[in-house]
Design a protein around this ligand. Structure first.
Ligand code: MV4
Length: 452
C-alpha cells in the first residue's frame, strides 16, 4: 500500500486550510484550486501549488467538476479532497475522479447516492436495525395517500423532500385539513430546489435535540464510533455552537445506538468519515440522515478523542487499515465549538470586507481553525464562516469558562462577527445547563429582538 504523493484540495477557506495542514503533517504535497476571489487566500499561499479554476461564483469554480479534473491532471495529483459543501456529496464527481484513475477522498459513489436519497437512506438504515421516526414507508405520490398516511401516523406530521437537507421542502401539517396543502407545497419546493419532487412523511417531533454520531471506517471493514455531538444550537439550519459530548443522554440508549450504527456501517462497507444525524426526544433516538463527508464541527470530536479525523480519512482512502480499534476510543473531557461568522450578531446580515485587525484567542485548551489574517478581505460570494473557536477542558464547566475568556480575547476588526452573540449565549442559564433543543435559539433571538 502506498500513501498519496499529492492531494488536490477542491475547497476554500478554513476547511481547505484544515485539510492542507493534515497533508503537510503526512508529508503529502498539496494543490489548492481556487477562484479569482481567493487569489490572496491563506490556503493558496500555503499550498505547494495552486491552480486558478475560474470566476468567483461557485458554479464557475468550486462546483466546476471539469475544471477541477483538469487541474488534477495538470498537476498530477493522485487524490482529491472535496472538503465540506460544494462537491463533497456529489456522486457524479466521485465517479468522474475514479474514472480518471484518481482517488476521491470519501466513500464510494454508491454510498453517496444511497444516503443522498433520504427515502432510501431511511429504509436501508431501518432494515439494518436502526430506529427511525414512524412514517410512510417510502414515497407518497398522491394527496389522498398523504391524508390517509397522516391519519395513520397521527398529528402533527412532517412532509419531507427525498433529496432534502437544510430544511427545504419540509412542511408540517397539524390537522387533517392541513395535509393536502402541505403535501403540494412540499412537492413544489422540492422540485424547485432539488429537481426531484419525491416526498415522504413522518411523525413531527416537536422539540428534539440534534445529536450526531461520528464514525470512521476503513476498506478492510473496520468501523469505530467516536462519540456524539450536540448540534441543536442552530439558526435556519446553520449550526453556530456545537458540543461534544452531548449532555443528558441516557447511557444505555446511547451505547445501544452506537452499537447499531457500527453494525449498519459494517454491513454497508462504508469507507472514511461519516456522520449519522439523529433526533433525540424523550429518551429516544431516531435516525434522520447520514452525511457522507467530513463536517465543519469534526474539530470537537478530535479534541475529546485525540483522533485526527482528516488524517484518518486520508489514510482510509489510501487503503490503510484504521490505526485504532473501538477499545482505544475514549471520550475525555469536553469541547465546544463557536462558529465565527462574519455576520451582524443581531440581523445575521453578511458582513464581507476587509479585516483590518485579526487577533485570535490562544492559550491552554484553545484551538482556532481559521484562514483569516489581518488585512484579509472576506469575499461576498461564499458562506460567512471565517473561523472556528474551539475550547477544550476536562469538564464542561471549565470548558465554558475557557470559551468565555477566549471569546473576550478574540479580536476581529473591520467587519461584524457573531462573537457578541456567543458572548450572550455563554451567559444564558439554559445554555449553561445544556437545556436546549433545535428550536431554543430561535426563541432566544425572538425574545432579544422584542426586548431591543
Ligand atoms: C424532523 C424534525 C422533526 N420531526 N423530522 C430539519 C432538516 C432536515 N434534515 C430534517 N429536519 C428536521 N426533521 C421529524 N420527523 C425537525 C427537523 C428540524 C431540525 C433538525 C435538526 C436540526 C435543526 C432542525 C431545525 C428545524 C427542523
Amino acid at each position: 500500500m502506498k500513501l498519496f504523493s499529492k492531494i488536490l484540495i477542491a475547497n476554500r477557506g478554513e476547511i481547505a486550510l484544515r485539510i492542507l495542514r493534515a497533508c503537510q503533517e503526512l508529508g503529502i504535497k498539496t494543490v489548492v484550486v481556487h477562484s479569482t476571489a481567493d487569489d490572496d487566500s491563506m490556503p493558496v499561499r500555503l499550498a505547494d501549488e495552486s491552480v486558478c479554476i475560474g470566476e468567483p461564483a461557485g458554479r464557475d469554480s468550486y462546483l466546476n467538476m471539469r475544471a477541477i479534473m483538469s487541474a488534477a491532471e495538470i498537476t498530477n495529483a493522485d487524490a482529491i479532497h472535496p472538503g465540506v459543501g460544494f462537491l463533497s456529496e456529489n456522486a457524479k464527481f466521485a465517479r468522474m475522479i475514479m474514472e480518471h484513475g484518481r482517488v476521491f477522498i470519501g466513500p464510494t459513489p454508491e454510498h453517496i447516492e444511497l444516503m443522498g436519497d433520504k427515502i432510501t437512506a431511511k429504509s436501508t438504515m431501518q432494515k439494518l436495525g436502526m430506529p427511525v421516526i414512524p412514517g410512510s414507508n417510502g414515497e407518497i405520490t398522491s394527496e389522498a395517500a398523504a391524508v390517509c398516511q397522516a391519519e395513520e401516523i397521527g398529528f402533527p406530521v412532517l412532509i419531507k423532500a427525498a433529496s432534502g437537507g437544510g430544511g427545504k421542502g419540509m412542511k408540517v401539517a397539524y390537522c387533517k385539513d392541513d395535509v393536502a396543502q402541505a403535501y403540494r407545497l412540499a412537492r413544489t419546493e422540492a422540485k424547485a430546489n432539488f429537481g426531484n419532487d419525491a416526498v415522504y412523511m413522518e411523525r413531527y417531533l416537536k422539540a428534539p435535540k440534534h445529536i450526531e454520531f461520528q464514525i470512521l471506517a476503513d476498506k478492510q471493514g473496520h468501523v469505530v464510533t467516536l462519540g456524539e455531538r450536540d448540534c441543536s444550537l442552530q439558526r435556519n439550519h446553520q449550526k453556530i455552537w456545537e458540543e461534544a459530548p452531548a449532555l443528558g443522554l441516557p447511557q444505555r440508549g446511547r451505547a445501544k445506538v452506537e452499537e447499531l450504527i457500527v453494525k449498519a456501517m459494517k454491513k454497508l462497507r462504508y469507507i472514511g468519515v461519516g456522520t449519522i444525524e439523529m433526533l433525540y426526544e424523550d429518551g429516544e433516538f431516531f435516525f434522520m440522515e447520514m452525511n457522507t463527508r467530513l463536517q465543519v464541527e469534526h474539530t470537537i470530536t478530535e479534541m475529546v478523542t485525540g483522533v485526527d479525523l482528516v488524517k484518518s480519512q486520508i489514510l482510509a482512502a489510501a487503503g490503510f487499515p484504521l490505526e485504532i480499534a473501538q477499545r482505544d476510543v475514549v471520550v475525555r473531557g469536553h469541547a465546544i465549538e463557536c462558529r465565527i461568522n462574519a455576520e451582524d450578531p443581531c440581523t445575521f446580515f453578511p458582513s464581507p470586507g476587509k479585516v483590518t485587525m485579526y487577533h485570535p484567542a490562544g492559550g491552554l485548551g484553545v484551538r482556532v481553525d481559521s484562514h483569516t489574517y489581518s488585512g484579509y478581505v472576506i469575499p461576498p460570494y461564499y458562506d460567512s464562516l471565517i473561523g472556528k473557536l474551539i475550547a477544550f477542558a476536562p469538564t464542561r464547566e471549565e470548558c465554558l469558562a475557557r470559551m468565555r475568556r477566549a471569546l473576550n480575547e478574540f479580536v476581529v476588526d473591520g467587519v461584524a462577527t457573531i462573537i457578541p452573540l456567543h458572548q450572550r449565549l455563554i451567559e444564558n442559564p439554559d445554555v449553561l445547563r445544556g437545556e436546549f433543543n433545535i428550536h431554543w435559539l430561535k426563541g432566544f433571538l425572538d425574545a432579544s429582538e422584542k426586548a431591543s
